[in-house]
Design a protein around this ligand. Structure first.
Ligand code: SAM
Length: 246
């Protein structure tokens, strides 16, 4: 994946903040995110345990998980989004974030759980998706859960091979270099902002299942999500890394 693709996120977050918009991604008050994370933490007894979040963005889930008593580590490739995360997590000494490419950098450490909120679907190239899942799987202890929340979903999603971003551009007509007008909530009023729209790759449920199983995850539950503003048509996967055979 080329450098411009990754840089597009940084450009997007910067433009959004310069326009006076508080945040671009999930709000820490998103009712569904709060409900599902709270239940997931309870059911897997994750209070006091270490959770890594991939593509953490502006730290919404970090705040929710810290509030629930988890030790949190978020990673993302956008420095501006991470600055926002640090700011909202500043009262939680057990919450840290760092600038890491989740596809190309091996994650050090061994975690009790992992979270991905609309991160996986941002990777469009097959080999990047595979590398990322391998990375996520390897940094989890045996038996640990991972949650993929609101990943883009379409029943007629393209399921053929995508070996390069150029191929995805050909198929979808999407790119990340043009600036598109969007209206978002500023401090006192709606504001206009011109940003790159970084393409995401929708998959069918079966497509996701195949990728997750190939990476070694056991799929526990799949939930089709209600239409929502962050990702209108999406699916949530509850999976876990199996315990090692003795
Ligand atoms: C759709 S946003 C979701 C952000 C956040 N999870 C939320 O829900 O608000 C996708 C995020 O993925 C991050 N991202 C994309 N590719 C990445 C990579 N290779 N490594 C780490 N983060 C990445 C972007 O910087 C961006 O913050």
């Amino acid at each position: 994946m080329d450098k411009n693709y990754y840089n597009a996120y940084e450009v997007r977050y910067k433009k959004v903040y310069e326009a006076g918009i508080e945040r671009w991604g999930h709000s820490p008050n998103d009712p569904e995110l709060v409900n599902i994370l709270t239940k997931w933490v309870e059911e897997n007894q994750l209070r006091g345990k270490s959770i890594i979040e991939f593509a953490c963005g502006e730290g919404a889930s970090g705040l929710i998980l810290s509030h629930l008593g988890c030790t949190y580590h978020g990673i993302d490739i956008s420095q501006s989004a991470l600055n926002k995360s640090r700011e909202i997590l500043k009262n939680y000494p057990n919450a840290t974030v760092s600038l890491i490419d989740m596809v190309n950098k091996k994650i050090e450490g061994s975690f009790d759980a992992a979270l991905d909120v609309m991160g996986f679907h941002m990777l469009v190239v097959d080999s990047d998706r595979e590398k990322y899942l391998k990375n996520a799987y390897s940094c989890l202890k045996g038996g640990s859960p991972m949650l993929f929340f609101r990943e883009s979903y379409r029943i007629d999603a393209y399921e053929g091979e995508i070996e390069s971003f150029e191929k995805w551009k050909e198929i979808s007509g999407e790119d990340y270099d043009r600036l598109h007008k969007r209206i978002a909530k500023g401090v006192d009023q709606d504001v206009e902002v011109y940003i790159p729209l970084v393409p995401s790759r929708a998959k069918t449920k079966n497509g996701y299942q195949k990728e997750l199983s190939k990476a070694g995850f056991i799929i526990d539950h799949i939930k089709e999500m209600d239409v929502n503003i962050n990702c209108p048509n999406s699916v949530t996967f509850f999976v876990h890394r199996p315990k090692e055979n003795k």
